[in-house]
Design a protein around this ligand. Structure first.
Ligand SMILES: CCCCCCCCCCCCCCCCCC(=O)SCCNC(=O)CCNC(=O)[C@H](O)C(C)(C)COP(=O)(O)OP(=O)(O)OC[C@H]1O[C@@H](n2cnc3c(N)ncnc32)[C@H](O)[C@@H]1OP(=O)(O)O
Ligand SMILES: Cc1cc2nc3c(=O)[nH]c(=O)nc-3n(C[C@H](O)[C@H](O)[C@H](O)COP(=O)(O)OP(=O)(O)OC[C@H]3O[C@@H](n4cnc5c(N)ncnc54)[C@H](O)[C@@H]3O)c2cc1C
Length: 655
């Protein structure tokens, strides 16, 4: 069937090449090209197609479908991608497996990275290759039923038995059961388990252990292990998040991951070079989250923007033809700032992935000095992007009206998966408070006359306000954001200090200042996102692409500043606020002809989108009808439940 002419016209009005934009989004022409090649190759392999729409499947069917595709994938793996390239692998996974989770998701995102970061060279020799070849399937079991945030209170124990040189793993209480780890329930046969290391009754706190859970031949749980699935979730139902308990389960001493902390055979403990080095797998995932969330948001926007360009409802001036809903200013205001955020998140994502890769090298060389900075940055970033992504996806759903609420849009699934990120890898409020610790320390350095020692990301906290001339462009908006973040950080810190100086304990003072502190963290992070966006656009060579991204940046800076209006009242007059508001409306109009091309540029395939509304060809209505007809409820005209209950009820009522 040919493309819907409304979308053809939209594409014709674009002022730039979507391939050139994709090269900017994905960091290089080479990778953008590789993505297209991989997508193209996959589309020719029929076994990769869903056997029927995932949304009509039960959990068992979804998991089985994911396993089927993984088995097929293992035959093609080496021919489809450069297996040493993580981004290619992720693209392949996204295309074939989608976003609802699968048995290898945690294997790739946490199990292998933990082995790389935490296992000694000998341990890597033993397990890493096996994991990379997928001879074993691993997961990351840290969270317990009773504790996920407060890692110091985890209850699982690994007690060193000097006589046998083994660790004995135990789950002493119900609340100590591992609870939530992805792929643990039914798929994984090995796990990195985080347990308290106990030697001669001394608790050295949580450490990582490599633990076999199931027999490699029968896949049956090994004696001493209780393991299973935790049941259906809001989304991610293609994943078997699990529970796990240990009863006197023994593992060799060599199974404690010993790149950093060590236990010798006589039971001596060797400290790691940094107390939090064992948390590195979490930092790795957090450093990826801006990118992953940016892509979730992008997916919802591809759907909503394409659909808004084919959905006609109501009239503007021309009463002879209904208007595309994308032409309403309210629709543009609902969607375009989120397009800008999706671009900004992806740009930040590339930056934090690069920073993590560098940190990994530094730490392997014994230099842990960058850990605090990256922890602070990724803590704030994961919190802000997950929250704003959730907001943006929900707006995208509403922008699709009634059909947005149907699973045919697939937006609800994207939403459910994306907002999981507000919780996993550290609950958002908790992570904002981690960043706040860093910000408060920075203010204390300024107060102690050590401003010069501040890192580049917090140097603005020591600066004074300057005059703002909004006509000068994005950098002036950055100054507005700096003002807001600086003011709020100082205010929150001073509140905390005042409470503490009044005699309150440090913890209680912190608690009573914590809402203000999280606000400071959000503003600081949004400032970082904006400055990364500005820097990125500044470095673009293709002038057409750059021109459109400047327009998008204008949407971003004006929208973001309007959104934090309350924090800039002391800086901007009401006239200046009016000016910004009007600039935002003008920016929405400017970006309108490029809206479809901007979302096309994400190059997210129909196969991955799974959305009837977001189809690239825009042929929504006929496919919506086809999709509804394929609902299992429509297999028969009369359901057994009608025959069994409703008919007798109606007949009884007639008497
Ligand atoms: C290729 C495959 C692809 C697959 C396709 C699919 C793609 C889609 C992606 C989706 C996949 C789904 C994945 C889902 C994964 C979820 C996995 C998990 O949730 S796993 C579970 C995740 N669980 C969580 O995230 C748990 C969250 N909780 C925590 O991380 C910790 O308990 C804590 C950080 C909150 C506190 O820790 P605590 O020990 O009490 O520490 P204090 O507060 O007392 O602070 C003391 C000092 O330490 C400092 N510091 C702290 N951390 C770090 C660090 N990392 N570094 C450096 N420093 C750090 C801190 O700044 C402070 O410094 P100072 O101020 O004194 O100078
Ligand atoms: C989809 C999904 C996948 C997951 N995958 C894994 C996995 O593979 N492996 C794994 O180990 N875990 C996994 N988890 C678990 C996840 O990491 C934890 O749920 C998460 O870290 C939050 O911890 P919690 O559940 O204990 O929340 P809680 O800490 O109980 O949060 C409840 C409330 O308490 C507040 N709170 C808690 N502490 C503080 C504090 N100090 N200050 C202020 N407020 C506070 C929080 O902000 C929140 O509002 C997964 C979770 C989900 C949803």
């Amino acid at each position: 069937m040919s493309e819907n002419p409304d979308l053809t016209n939209e594409r014709a009005s674009g002022t730039f090449e979507t391939n050139a934009m994709a090269a900017v989004i994905y960091g290089s022409e080479k990778f953008a090209q590789r993505r297209r090649e991989i997508t193209e190759a996959i589309s020719k392999i029929p076994e990769f197609q869903d056997s029927h729409p995932l949304v009509f499947m039960s959990r068992e069917e979804k998991i089985s479908e994911a396993c089927r595709k993984l088995a097929v994938l293992s035959n093609y793996w080496n021919s489809l991608i450069d297996t040493s390239d993580e981004e290619e692998a992720l693209h392949l996974y996204r295309e074939v497996l989608g976003l609802e989770g699968h048995p290898l998701a945690l294997h790739e995102t946490m199990f292998i990275p933990s082995l790389i970061a935490q296992a000694s060279d000998e341990q890597q020799e033993k397990w890493l290759g096996r994991a990379q070849r997928r001879e074993i399937i691993g997961c990351y079991a840290q969270t317990e039923m009773g504790h996920g945030t407060n890692l110091r209170a985890l209850e699982t124990t690994a007690t060193f038995d000097i006589s046998t040189r083994e660790f004995i793993l135990n789950s002493p209480t119900i609340t100590s059961l591992k609870w939530w780890p992805g792929a643990l329930g039914k798929s994984a046969n090995w796990s990195i388990v985080i347990a308290n290391l106990i030697i001669k009754e001394h608790n050295y706190g949580p450490h990582p252990f490599m633990v076999q859970l199931r027999d490699e031949k029968s896949h049956e749980p090994l004696p001493g292990i209780t393991v299973g699935d935790i049941g259906p979730k809001m989304a991610f139902n293609g994943a078997d998040n699990g529970f796990l308990g240990f009863k006197n389960y023994r593992i060799p001493r060599e199974n404690m991951l010993m790149r950093h902390s060590k236990v010798t055979s006589d039971g001596s403990y060797i400290k790691p070079p940094h107390a939090k080095i064992g948390y590195s797998s979490m930092v790795k995932v957090r450093s990826r989250m801006a990118m992953d969330q940016g892509l979730f948001l992008a997916s919802a926007l591809v759907i909503a923007v394409r659909y808004s360009a084919v959905r006609r409802q109501g009239y503007l001036e021309d009463k002879s033809r209904e208007v595309k809903v994308l032409d309403y200013q309210t629709q543009q205001h609902r969607l375009f700032p989120s397009i800008a955020r999706a671009y900004a998140f992806i740009f930040c994502g590339f930056e934090t992935i690069r920073l993590y890769d560098q940190l990994l090298i530094d730490v392997q060389n014994g230099n842990t000095s960058g850990m605090a900075d990256l922890h602070a940055l990724t803590s704030g970033l994961k919190s802000v992007v997950t929250y704003q992504t959730g907001e943006g996806i929900e707006q995208a759903r509403m922008a699709c009206g009634g059909h947005g609420y149907s699973m045919a849009s697939y937006i609800s699934e994207i939403y459910g998966v994306a907002i999981g990120g507000c919780t996993y890898e550290g609950e958002n409020m908790v992570m904002l408070l981690q960043l706040a610790r860093y910000l408060v320390k920075s203010i204390e350095m300024i107060q102690n006359g050590k401003s010069r020692e501040l890192g580049p990301m917090v140097a603005y906290l020591a600066e004074n306000e300057s005059e703002i001339d909004l006509n000068l462009g994005p950098n002036e908006y950055l100054k507005v954001f700096e003002y807001a973040a600086r003011n709020q950080t100082w205010r929150a810190t001073e509140k905390f200090q005042k409470l503490r100086n009044s005699g309150m304990s440090n913890e209680e003072a912190w608690n009573q200042a914590s809402v203000e502190l999280t606000r400071a963290s959000r503003l600081h992070t949004r400032l970082y996102i904006m400055s990364t966006f500005i820097n990125h656009v500044g470095s673009i060579v293709d002038q057409k692409v750059k021109g459109v991204l400047i327009d998008l940046l204008n949407v971003h800076v004006t929208y973001e500043v309007m959104d934090i209006g309350i924090y800039v009242q002391g800086l901007l007059s009401s006239n200046q606020m009016d000016l910004i508001r009007n600039q935002l409306y003008v920016s929405l109009e400017t970006i309108r002809p490029n809206a479809v091309s901007l979302v096309d540029s994400f190059q997210i395939s129909d196969m991955q989108l799974r959305s009837v509304l977001g189809r690239r060809d825009g042929n929504v209505y006929e496919n919506l009808f086809k999709w509804a007809k394929s609902s299992p409820l429509n297999k028969t005209d009369v359901l057994p439940s009608v025959t069994q209950y409703l008919k007798p009820m109606m007949e009884k009522s007639k008497l």
